[in-house]
Structures are given as structure tokens and as C-alpha cells.
Design a protein around this ligand. Structure first.
Ligand code: 5GP
Ligand code: MG
Length: 182
């Protein structure tokens, strides 16, 4: 049902590369940078990434959810209760697990603009090939139709704890009701 896509050491290598690019871009910031982690999927990537960042930051969390099972829902819910009302004209970095259509990141970007971010960069572990969304820093590009889990990414709350990224074979996945998803 699960097949390996990116293993732990490959992920660690890419995270290190992203961190060094971010260090080059933000290393000269005089003040701190606001880092926004999108929950839940980005928690593991963010934990590894920010520990390698060598610039001062203030870390915030925002909730974003649009999936049930492997199906994207029309209704995109953002819980920004824990975010400051203003970023005080300071740079913002958004950390995402995967950018697909870019809808989530688009909505978050607008929120940061409305809350006075001086600039907005997106760091995503994954981006979907041909999905339409984009990230300034990303780890890997996944092909269309491949639903991935692990390293923080879930299927209805499961598989987040996996150290690798794995693909779910939805064609053979049997749901609780015994029906097949494809
Ligand atoms: P977007 O708004 O860019 O279309 O979708 C991004 C969100 O959809 C991600 O933050 C993630 O929560 C979810 N998503 C998209 N593709 C996948 C996938 O392959 N696996 C998992 N677990 N989540 C995905
Ligand atoms: Mg997400």
C-alpha cells in the first residue's frame, strides 16, 4: 500500500540545502524574521529546517486544512488565531509541507500582505509538478496523481510519524466501507 519515494538521508540533505540558501538570503537581516509554520503537515520539516537557520526569527503557527482522505475539498479552512495582527513591516517566511494548486499558500500570502509583511517567501518541502503553485525554496517535485505521506504529511491523521516520504497507492486502497478509491 505504501511505496518509498524519498528516504530519510535524502530528505536531510535537501533540508540542509534549503537552510543554507535561506541563510544566504536572510543572514544579513538586522532584525528578526517572522516564520509561519502551516499546521499540521509542515511541523516536522519546519522543526528540522529552522534548527539550521542562522538568523534571528519569531516562529508562529497557522492551521490550514483542505483534504479529507486523498481528496481535496472546496472548503479551505485557515485558522490564523495564533498569528499577530501585524508583522510590523518585517520579512515573513511561510513554511509549507507541499504546494499543490497554490490555493493554501495564495490565501496565506494575502493574509501576510494584509498584516503588513515587508516581503513574503515560501519554503515548501514538496511542490506538485504542474499543480500551479510555486515556492521560493523547495525540496522535491512530486508528479501529479502521487499522494504522499510521512515526514509530517498525513492521510486523515495517519503516517505523519514516518521518517521517509512514501507514496500511497490509492488504486489499491480499501476504505473502511470496503469500497475502493482511485
Ligand atoms: P494546495 O492548496 O496548494 O492545492 O494544497 C496544498 C495542501 O494540500 C498541502 O498543504 C497539503 O496539506 C495538501 N496536500 C496536497 N497534496 C498532498 C499529498 O500528496 N499528500 C498529503 N498528505 N497532503 C497533500
Ligand atoms: Mg499543508
Amino acid at each position: 500500500m505504501l511505496s518509498p519515494v524519498y528516504n530519510e538521508s535524502v530528505i536531510a540533505e535537501r533540508v540542509k540545502e534549503i537552510a543554507s540558501r535561506m541563510n544566504a538570503d536572510f543572514g544579513n537581516e538586522k532584525d528578526y524574521v517572522h516564520v509561519i509554520v502551516t499546521l499540521n503537515g509542515a511541523f516536522m520539516f519546519a522543526a528540522d529546517l529552522i534548527r539550521q537557520c542562522k538568523f534571528p526569527m519569531m516562529v508562529h503557527f497557522v492551521g490550514a486544512s483542505s483534504y479529507m482522505g486523498t481528496e481535496q475539498q472546496k472548503d479551505l479552512r485557515i485558522n490564523a488565531d495564533a498569528l499577530p495582527r501585524s508583522f510590523g513591516n518585517k520579512p515573513v517566511i511561510l513554511i509549507e509541507d507541499i504546494v499543490d494548486s497554490g490555493r493554501t499558500i495564495g490565501k496565506l500570502r494575502q493574509m501576510m500582505v494584509d498584516r503588513f509583511a515587508s516581503s513574503i517567501k515560501v519554503a515548501a518541502l514538496l511542490r506538485r509538478q504542474g499543480g500551479g503553485g510555486n515556492a521560493d525554496y523547495y525540496g522535491f517535485t512530486v508528479p501529479p496523481g502521487l499522494f504522499v505521506v510521512g515526514y509530517g504529511l498525513d492521510l486523515d491523521g495517519r503516517y505523519r510519524e514516518l521518517r521517509d516520504i512514501q507514496a500511497l497507492n490509492t488504486a489499491t486502497m480499501v476504505t473502511g466501507e470496503g469500497s475502493k478509491l482511485c
